[in-house]
Design a protein around this ligand. Structure first.
Ligand code: HEC
Length: 171
């Protein structure tokens, strides 16, 4: 018997990653602290974090919470069967995305593929925030994570982006 082709293996890997991403959206169990890795963490730029906090409070806190705690019952679809805004601290899953994916979500908005309404429940900010402000808000969100979550997210920066329901990629 021939060994499975690399295409099959690649498909399998993508399937597992997508399944994990989907389950991650529904299940808090996967938000448990990731295993620490020995990689060194770069210190965050303090002025970026300060600017990012302002950007966050003005643009994001109304949905994601003043302390980035997310909407109440954020893991369950709301009355319209859409996923509510998740937290951005360790209890959410923002730290599972690399920097480029986070910037793309903030620029272009997002809707979960299983949402019943067609609109972007996470609004696009590309006309409201500069690249500098988007980088800063990501730095602020990073400042909320434990070192283990930060290391995990740093590792995502070295991987190819996950397929996601952002405009331009699936529309
Ligand atoms: C009008 C409400 C609203 C505002 C304002 C908002 N978001 Fe969101 N955001 C959402 C919703 C709802 C989701 C979940 C979308 C989904 O998965 O269906 C989301 C998801 C996200 C995600 C993806 C998290 C993950 O792990 O999948 C990121 C990152 C994010 N928001 C960042 C931000 C930032 C940064 C701001 C401010 C610049 C912001 N959001 C403002 C509603 C909002």
């Amino acid at each position: 018997m021939r060994p499975p082709s690399w295409r099959f293996t690649a498909l399998l890997v993508v399937t597992i990653v997508v399944a994990a991403a989907v389950v991650g959206g529904q299940d808090a169990g996967l938000s448990a602290t990731p295993a620490a890795s020995p990689a060194e963490l770069e210190a965050l730029d303090a002025s970026q974090v300060v600017l990012g906090r302002q950007v966050y409070l003005q643009n994001c806190a109304s949905c994601h919470g003043a302390r980035a705690q997310g909407a109440p019952n954020w893991q369950r679809p709301d009355i319209r069967s859409d996923l509510p805004p998740p937290p951005h601290d360790d209890t959410g899953h923002t730290w599972r995305h690399g920097d480029a994916e986070l910037a793309s979500i903030i620029r272009n908005g997002l809707r979960d593929v299983f949402n019943k309404t067609p609109e972007l429940t996470m609004p696009p900010f590309k006309d409201r925030l500069s690249d500098e402000e988007i980088t800063a808000v990501i730095a602020y969100v990073k400042s909320l994570w434990s070192p283990a979550h930060r290391r995990y997210q740093e590792e995502q920066n070295r991987r190819p982006p996950m397929p996601m329901a952002t405009p331009g990629r699936n529309q």
